[in-house]
Design a protein around this ligand. Structure first.
Ligand code: B12
Ligand code: SF4
Length: 494
């Protein structure tokens, strides 16, 4: 029995999701599995017994079209991912079966129902699966050479987040906070094929003791650099920062979202320590950690002065990167329904729900002012002046960090020029969606060309690292002290 899992194109060619590797791990004991990421390869439309399509939200229309082509030939289609999880009823007409939430624990039942010709309309775990028995995600099945090597090997150590920010789908996709046992972290680390790691956890710092132990474990592995995502408040701890520095964490993504009290309150994120942002960022810098700051625009209670004030703030605290994003609520969520009723939702096209198109009419400025504000902010923040101001004054002690800082600032500048400024005819996303999309797409396709040399170097580095793996293992067994985390938490023999 052959099952083909597909991720439809979503415009980010550089970084693989962990979705396909996790699906392969869950299903491979029960059937033959094929993976297809349309971001880096053509879709194989040949026959299969079942096709599984994973949807975020902005790639849903494309996913529906792919499903149609399989279903008209009688091939059943199951859909899963964050969009089907948030709004299963809106997805159901386009497929034979919807998987709501995490798939671990459902694979065997789905395949056995399929064999009996009794695929059910919906599958859902009664409660979120424990991570204690999670199989190793089959990252090795991805065509890794086609991805952007600088982003590193994808790993997840925890799922869920205890917070409930109103715009975030974490409560739907991973409803409770769970963590992998330490031996499993070691297993996953040993399987990696790159010295750079990227953690996909929603909020790894939510359990501080665990976060510290992860840093202790990472410190014992020959990791060149790693990055993760957490709340800025959790980083207000010197012992943690010391451990993170020792483990070679080089970048953390923190959801600053807004510098205003009203903005934070409007998305249920008042727990962010607004008055300590600067101090915490300074401490992170002192420990060699770069800050990528989430920044949401168009929040209630904010007027057009927010762009200038935010730029001033980001330059003062010398944040390395920001990822501006229009506030986005997914259709089917209570916030979306409320705003729709109030006439404030400006587009129903799912392709627009990617953070780079305005979705909600702002309360404190016009839609034009909002778009002009973001365009101005991005031009200033990623312009040469601000890049120098933020770069030259921060404690960029290591030359490689300094180089990384400038390289990524230039890259972000190019990327945001593609998506947040009007196209060459002055057309903005909501004015003429199709014209804008066509021009943006051509630019997006070129997006990853700017890193040719750096990427080739990382490729060579990855190959050398792979060759040295047996030596690294020997080093871990012989040279590390007997009290090390690695020795205490052995991977169980199979
Ligand atoms: C890596 C990552 C990225 C990367 C990679 C590419 C990408 N476009 O997503 C980068 C940094 C580029 C990125 C960017 C953005 N991202 Co992002 N990202 C993630 C992250 C951290 C990991 C994704 C992942 O691999 N998860 C692990 C896998 C295993 O989980 P999963 O996909 O949910 O799959 C499980 C189930 O859903 C189910 N399942 C999934 N598919 C299927 C299919 C079938 C057939 C079945 C049976 C089951 C099934 O089984 C899986 C295992 O249990 C997630 C957060 C998260 N932890 O999920 C956010 C997340 C996906 N991103 C999100 C957002 C909002 C964005 C941005 C819009 C933010 C922004 N403006 O900057 C941009 C989008 C840019 C773009 N145009 O794509 C949201 C998605 C909301 C949505 N539904 O659209 C998430 C969920 C974060 C959040 N807290 O809300 N992101
Ligand atoms: S803290 Fe981050 S992951 Fe958690 S709910 Fe808020 S935005 Fe989502």
């Amino acid at each position: 029995m052959k099952v083909r899992f597909i991720t439809p194109y979503y415009g980010v060619k550089g970084q693989p999701l962990l979705t396909l590797p996790c699906l392969a791990a869950e299903f491979e004991p029960y059937c033959d599995v094929e993976l297809c990421d349309q971001n880096v390869e053509e879709i194989d439309y040949s026959d299969a017994d079942l096709v599984g399509i994973s949807l975020l939200v902005y790639n849903a229309p494309l996913g529906y079209e792919i499903a149609r082509r399989f279903r008209e030939r009688g091939i059943p289609v199951v859909m899963g991912g964050s969009w089907p999880t948030v709004s299963p009823d809106l997805v159901a007409p386009y497929c034979d079966s919807v998987v709501v939430g995490e798939v671990e624990g459902l694979g065997e039942r789905i395949i056995s129902d399929l064999r009996q010709g009794q695929l059910r309309a919906r599958y859902q775990n009664p409660c979120p699966p424990s991570l204690d028995q999670l199989r190793l995600p089959r990252v090795d099945l991805l065509k890794s050479e086609r991805y952007f090597q600088l982003t590193g090997y994808p790993m997840e150590l925890t799922r869920g987040c205890p917070n409930r920010c109103s715009f975030c789908v974490s409560k739907d996709i991973q409803p409770t906070f769970r963590k992998k046992p330490y031996w499993m972290i070691i297993r996953d680390l040993e399987a990696r094929d790159s010295p750079i790691l990227s953690l996909y956890d929603l909020n790894i710092g939510a359990n501080k003791r665990y976060f510290k132990d992860v840093a202790r474990i990472f410190a014992e592995f020959p990791i060149a650099a790693w990055q993760c995502e957490t709340c800025i408040g959790y980083l207000d701890d010197i012992e943690l920062l010391k451990l993170l520095e020792r483990s070679r964490l080089n970048q953390v993504y923190v959801g600053i979202e807004s510098i205003t009290e009203a903005g934070l309150a409007s998305v249920n994120k008042s727990f962010n320590p607004r008055h300590r942002y600067g101090e915490i960022i300074r401490k992170c810098h002192d420990h060699g950690i770069h800050i990528a700051a989430g920044f949401i625009v168009g929040l209630d209670g904010e007027d057009k002065s927010v762009f200038e004030r935010s730029l001033e703030f980001f330059e003062e605290v010398k944040v390395e990167y920001t990822t501006p994003m229009y506030v986005t609520y997914l259709p089917g969520t209570p916030m979306h329904t409320k705003l729709k009723r109030e006439g404030r939702i400006v587009t129903d096209n799912l392709e627009d729900y990617d953070g780079t198109h305005p979705i909600v009419r702002p309360s404190g400025m016009t839609l034009d002012e909002l778009q002009e504000g973001v365009e101005w902010f991005v031009k200033e923040f990623y312009g040469l002046r601000s890049t120098l101001v933020r770069g030259l004054q921060r404690p960029n002690r290591r030359p490689k960090d300094l180089m990384g800082y400038y390289a990524f600032n230039r890259w972000f500048a190019r990327m945001y020029k593609d998506v947040f400024t009007p196209n060459s005819d002055g057309v903005r996303p909501v004015d003429d969606r199709e014209a804008f999309a066509a021009i943006t797409q051509r630019r997006v396709d070129k997006r990853f060309h700017g890193f040719g040399v750096a990427e080739s170097l990382v490729n060579v580095w990855n190959k050398v690292d792979r060759r040295l793996r047996p030596l690294q293992r020997l080093y871990q067994q012989v040279a590390l002290p007997g009290t090390s985390m690695t020795k205490r938490h052995r991977v169980p023999a199979r």
